[in-house]
Design a protein around this ligand. Sequence first.
Ligand SMILES: [Zn+2]
Length: 414
Amino acid sequence: MTTLIRAARLADGLSTSSQPNQAVLISDGRILAVGPADTIASQTPPDTETIDLGDATLTPGLIDGHTHLSLAGDGHSYVEMFSESDEMMVLTGAYNLRRHLDAGITTLREHGARNKVGFAIKEALSRGYIAGPRMQVSGRPITCSGGHFHMCNEVADGPDEIRRSVRRLVHEGADYIKIMTSGGGTAGTLPGRASYSVEELHAVVHEAHHFHRLTAAHCRAKESMVRAVAAGIDLMEHAEFLDPDHEMRFDPDLAEKMAECGIWISPTLQAWTNYGRIVDLEQKRDRGELSPAAASQLQALSDRAEKRLDIMRRMLDYCRIDRIVPGTDSGVGSLAFGHLDYDLRLLVKVGFTPGEALLSATRISAEAIDMADELGTIEPGKIADLAAFKGDPTKDVLALSDVAAVFQAGVRVR
Ligand SMILES: [Zn+2]
């Protein structure tokens, strides 16, 4: 079965610009050829199905490296969300998968759920019971006694317990290892304090790499960022430069070390800035429907967001943009699924071009999660996970909010 997809433009995930009048030929779920539409059409076997997307831009499917599928992202607190049963969390995950897929996200990382919920969602997906993006699952995040996300039930203190946790998670099916190296939004934890010593983080890196698993570390505290770099963690989440007094203070020495060691960085800008709420309020403002109270809320949120974006801009003076990946943190708080586009808008606000933002969500994210052999670009041999957007997202990042089509292994799913 071969399929030919034609589009007015194509951004292949290799360059930051799009090419006009392109086509992709797909056979058995993989890309056979890509290039100018007329050239590709002339190589097409007679019984090929043709899909013409018209005035849209075809791109690699987007990758979201940070989600919590089992959480509803409907504004409830962690305590309320974690009062749900595991069964309801699995169903929440099935619902959330569909929302992400419809937004052009064809691969995601499930970054920590309770008990076996994350594994169950992935199993249901792989059996074809539910639809959704391709999944890498961490299972449960490793955390210290009383630490962030301790309610997921993978508490480990000291190098020996951490090694045991890695072994247990790998045995249960973890594709990578997530560890909480500072406090976070969980009540009673301290976001500005590191949770683990360098020795403990060495243990997680060593044991995970022994099983060919990458590590991703939740690092809000500056001290936890320093230790993650020292221990050789593969990917740093959040990177807020938070001090124990809960103030963010940029540290150029630390940023230089992060750049030198080449650690992947996922700044989760949407999550920190509550950007979805900002977008809602801005839309109301543009329609002339903003109450005075809502107007002052928008101002306060925007001022607060600017502080975080400024830290990010300063980090970009040191860190290479091709080590930075977007991640939504969907599920947490009021972060609803389906909005990787918001993180990409924020990357543009801190200095990425729209084309660079698109690369970060495709090829660079595929590299960061070690799937670049199969995903992330539109090249012969790769899996045909594709998205299409109205307009040209390499010129206007807002185009990424207007999905025209989604394909998984060559099959149109939207
Ligand atoms: Zn998270």
